[in-house]
Design a binder for this molecule. Structure first.
Ligand code: BES
Ligand code: MN
Ligand code: ZN
Length: 482
């Protein structure tokens, strides 16, 4: 989809549809538009359209303006218009117009600028909302919007905002593609290939095989990989935009989680292809950072493997040794995410990180507690968590903090090892994070459990059903502001 900027009046733009975002019962914004547009809107506000959030109304345009049609899209209450409302309107309006077969769209920026919101936010909603995953469907329909024209004065600022939005969205969609891809085509080897495809001047990629991981003593990671015939890959990326100590991003990358010997029930097991969503988000972040050449130093770690119940799989009761020497009793082979992340944290420390962020589809309890609406967050550094909350506010990728009270340590006490990998059902959202905390020590660290948000079963205004690509926008915003 192409994006143009044209400094012409609404009435003069030739296009299939002219989009007019409008707040609820806001009759003032259109007063300066062409008289036949403003009188049309005035009459619609009587009944047909009230401007409720994401409400859309498509009309044939009056004869004396050049657009074929007008689309009104609601921004909700005037005193509550925000970037997120505009992002949603962008997703909703563009999806609707695409499905109606429209090709060329123009966007009036009059109302948006009265709310001091950049039209790039609307475009962000559109680029995210128009995403479709149809790699596996024959004769996929070719309804596609060709171009979006912003009716606005050109400026360097706007160009930069649009470039940021474009890169952001293509990175989120890159992540979504990987997560939506079935596990037979998104193996650890494929993930490594995707990582290698990002290589660049400042971006290096190193891929460790099981034998390398063995030499390093990653007994926890390897205990998960043992159950599968599919070769594991421990993927390490580094982008060096500055000489400062790096921020390490660890993404859970279980390309399929059957549960292992502690096998999951068949129902919904097919969804466990998305157990690599954290790792895919980290790759999306690296793609954006290197395309935008951000002045940051980041290391990405994806401990990639399948979790299967093969003949060599680890068994409940086994005790393994992690990279830093701590022993773990495996109570439940389905609590595999924390095992692979524990070794990734140990490996991360070799970089003397400024801070560590892990992002993982870690627990079913996370979806149960928060549904699709927020990720669970934990950590050992108030300042970092505050920054994360600010980014959550900026991006609407929301986080909710869970506590790491020291009493939770009891839940993970093992009779024969330093720690066990499951504290049972009670408090399992927290104890999973607490387990990771035992490995981070004092390194500033934030944990994001995205089990509930990485996959949506019902589409949202700019998130089609399936992989959401969550985490990419959140962490990029954080990196930008660190
Ligand atoms: N990958 C799952 C968590 C998950 C469940 C993600 C549903 C997305 C949707 C994780 O590896 C897991 O199985 N966790 C267990 C831990 C338990 C055995 C302590 C869980 O949450 O049931
Ligand atoms: Mn599991
Ligand atoms: Zn898992």
């Amino acid at each position: 989809m192409k994006i143009y900027i044209k400094n012409i009046r609404e009435a003069d733009c030739v296009c299939d549809a002219l989009v007019l975002p409008s707040a609820e019962k806001d009759t003032t914004f259109h007063e300066n538009l062409h008289p036949s547009i403003s009188s049309l809107i005035k009459r619609l506000f009587l009944k047909e359209f009230s401007g409720k959030q994401n409400e859309v109304l498509l009309l044939p345009a009056p004869d004396d303006i050049k657009a074929e049609r007008i689309l009104l899209v609601g921004l909700g209450r005037k005193d509550q218009v925000s970037a997120e409302k505009v992002r949603q309107a962008g997703g909703k309006a563009s999806g609707y117009l695409r499905d109606m077969g429209m090709k060329s769209i123009a966007l009036s920026t009059v109302a948006l600028s009265s709310f001091k919101i950049s039209p790039s936010v609307f475009i962000e909603g559109a680029l995210l909302g128009l995403y479709k995953f149809n790699r596996y469907k024959a004769g996929n329909n070719n309804r596609k919007i060709d171009g979006f024209t912003l009716l606005s004065k050109a400026s360097k600022g706007l160009d930069e905002e649009l470039k940021w939005a474009g890169t952001l969205c293509s990175s989120v969609n890159f992540t979504r593609d990987m997560v939506n891809t079935p596990a037979n085509d998104m193996t650890p080897t494929h993930l490594a290939k995707a990582a290698l495809s990002l290589k660049g001047k400042k971006l290096t990629v190193k891929v460790l095989e099981a034998k390398d991981a063995k030499k390093l003593g990653m007994g926890a990671y390897l205990s998960v990989a043992r159950g599968s015939e599919e070769p594991s890959r421990f993927i390490v990326l580094e982008y060096k935009g500055t000489k400062a100590a790096p921020v390490v991003l660890i993404g859970k990358a279980i390309t399929f989680d059957s549960g292992g010997i502690s096998l999951k029930p068949a129902e919904s097991m097919e969804k466990m292809k998305y157990d690599m969503a954290g790792g895919a988000a980290v790759l999306g972040i690296f793609k954006a950072v290197s395309e935008l050449e951000l002045p940051v130093h980041i290391v990405g770690i994806l401990p990639a493997t399948e979790n299967l119940p093969g003949g060599a799989a680890s068994k409940p009761g086994d005790v393994i040794r992690t990279i830093e020497g701590k022993t773990v009793e495996i109570i439940n082979t389905d609590a595999e995410g924390r095992l692979v992340i524990a070794d990734a944290i140990g490996y991360a420390k070799r970089f003397n990180p400024r801070l560590i962020i892990d992002i993982a589809t870690l627990t079913g309890a996370c979806s149960i507690a928060l549904g699709n609406e927020a990720m669970a967050m934990a950590g050992n550094n108030g300042e970092l968590l505050d920054k994360m909350r600010e980014s959550a506010h900026n991006t609407y990728e929301r986080v909710w903090e869970i506590p790491l009270y020291e009493e939770y340590r009891e839940y993970l006490k093992s009779d024969i090892a330093d720690i066990k990998n499951s504290g049972g059902k009670n408090g399992s959202l927290v104890t999973s994070a607490y387990f990771l905390h035992e490995f981070t020590g004092d390194v500033p660290w934030a944990h994001l459990d995205i089990a509930g948000t990485a996959w949506v079963d019902k589409e949202k205004p700019y998130i089609p059903k399936g992989a959401s690509g969550i985490g990419v926008r959140l962490i990029l915003d954080l990196l930008r502001r660190l």
